[in-house]
Design a protein around this ligand. Structure first.
Ligand code: IPM
Ligand code: MG
Length: 362
């Protein structure tokens, strides 16, 4: 690719602040490696609603369609919580995922050794944690119909629908098995097959797909047990495959293994190179505008973009290495701060990573 077109959607709350730092880092990578990244910004979420009356303006969607990848900050905030569901900031995110068929959400749970004491969990439990959660992203409860309110004999009833097809399960299972094949060849599929019909189908299809991957060891776990096992012994996991809602919940839980949700990147992909990259954390309205948000999750998301959408592995590693170096030097945003370390702001963290990047590859 002669140039890489990136749609930049900072969104709401700390999304604005963390995206700025990721852009600074991407520009540094572009300069150092002679890559041409073209950034074009557009509105999304509550910010878009305030300016245009909708959370995902047509111009934003068009820009994304004409780009090679999307870098997104975060959407949402109390201010927009009482809007009808189609106008809520989150609707923009769900529409983007569905519109581009980004069915595979990859969430690496990597513990950076210098942060081992930032987690509330014990060192003995955490050491060596290296997991990737493969979350199905375009099905299940998030999108199933009916999804509505009804009146039933004067009582108000709300319904969401959990629905999965064989083909949806098959394609996400294949992604997970392929990733597992290139790692420790160990896959845990998480469901609730003792209760849910969708989970029983999930298990059957995953077992079928497993026939094509005899080299990968497969285990099935109920989601309640998986939630416990993640804290009891995270090292037993390598790749975790699960449906949309379970993946949402388990990834926030797993974030605490890394010290802070401010460390967790994600990639939402469909297998042809196009993808959307965003931190796992939300817009955090409580700390927005204070300059204390951790930009590392978004910076690491941009590294995932270089790796998965642009096949720029060396550049992606340079970013990850720069992050590690800055942490080794003792710099911390407040969410990962511990005794004896140097507390820095969002922009200071961004510029330290930028500097480390320039130094290490010059
Ligand atoms: C996530 C977020 C989103 C989700 C919200 C913001 C809609 O929590 O990406 O994990 O539930 O998928
Ligand atoms: Mg979530």
């Amino acid at each position: 690719m002669a140039e890489y077109r990136i749609a930049v959607l900072p969104g709401d709350g700390i999304g604005q602040e963390v995206t700025r730092e990721a852009l600074r880092v991407l520009k540094a990578v572009g300069n150092k490696f002679g890559r041409k990244f073209v950034f074009q910004e557009a509105l999304v979420g509550g910010t878009a609603y305030d300016e245009t009356g909708v959370p995902l303006p047509p111009e934003t969607l068009k820009l994304c369609e004409n780009s090679d990848a999307i870098l997104l900050g975060a959407v949402g905030g109390d201010k927009w919580d009482n809007l009808p569901s189609s106008l809520r900031p989150e609707a923009a995110l769900l529409t983007l995922r569905k519109h581009f068929d980004l069915f595979a959400n990859l969430r690496p749970i990597i513990l950076f050794p210098p942060l081992i004491d930032a987690s509330p969990l014990k060192r003995e439990i955490l050491e060596g944690t290296d997991i990737i959660i493969v979350r199905e992203l375009t099905g299940g409860l998030y999108f199933g119909k009916p999804k509505e309110r009804r009146k039933n004999n004067g009582d108000v009833v709300a319904v969401d629908t959990m629905i999965y097809s064989e083909s949806e399960i098959k394609r996400i299972a294949n992604v997970a098995f392929q990733i597992a094949r290139n790692r420790r060849k160990l896959l845990h599929s998480v469901d609730k097959a003792n209760i849910l019909e969708t989970s029983r189908l999930w298990r059957e299809v995953v077992n079928d797909v497993a026939q094509d991957y005899p080299d990968v060891e497969l285990h099935h776990l109920y989601v309640d047990n998986a939630a416990m096992q993640l804290l009891r012994n995270p090292r037993q996991f390598d790749v975790i495959l699960t449906e949309n809602t379970f993946g949402d919940i388990l990834s926030d839980e797993a974030a605490m293994l890394t010290g802070s949700i401010g460390m967790l990147p994600s990639a939402s992909i469909r297998g042809d190179g196009f993808g959307m990259y965003e931190p796992v954390h939300g817009s955090a309205p409580d700390i927005a505008g204070k300059g204390i948000a951790n930009p590392i999750a978004t910076i690491l998301s941009s590294a995932m973009m270089l790796r998965f959408s642009f096949q720029l592995e060396e550049e992606a590693r340079a970013i990850e290495k720069a992050v590690l170096e800055v942490l080794e030097l003792g710099y911390r945003t407040p969410d990962i701060m511990s005794d004896g370390k140097k507390q820095v702001s969002t922009t200071e963290m961004g510029s330290l990573i930028e500097e480390a990047l320039y130094k290490s590859i010059s």
